[in-house]
Write a protein that binds this ligand. Structure first.
Ligand code: FES
Length: 107
């Protein structure tokens, strides 16, 4: 089992899961989208310890003891960081159907 914090809550997941599958299927966090499943589109972007990360590319073991933030967790935040702002804008553009691979420039 891997222990991590998602939107301020400690959770456990199987080592074999990808972060995106764990968030979407196990935790039912639907803001994390499966766009390309290849690390290209950014629809699965989450913030991990303050940095934008593609959730579709890495196993859950890479996120042991890390803090994951999704859109669902933004309302709990007192301040918005630059990474959060860029991620929100990216999600907004994706919702409008505009693909802008901002995550590549932030990693
Ligand atoms: S689903 Fe496209 S980058 Fe992850």
């Amino acid at each position: 089992m891997v222990t991590l914090v998602v939107n301020g809550k400690q959770v456990n997941g199987k080592e074999t899961r990808k972060l995106m599958d764990f968030l979407r299927e196990d935790l039912r966090i639907t803001s994390v989208k499966n766009g390309c499943n290849q690390g290209a589109c950014g629809a699965c972007n989450v913030i991990v310890d303050g940095k934008v990360v593609r959730a579709c590319m890495q196993p859950l073991t890479n996120f042991a003891n890390k803090s994951i933030l999704t859109v669902e967790g933004f309302s709990e935040q007192k301040e918005i960081s630059p990474a959060m702002l860029v991620t929100l804008l990216h999600w907004w553009f994706l919702e409008k159907g505009w693909h802008i691979p901002l995550g590549n420039t932030l990693s």
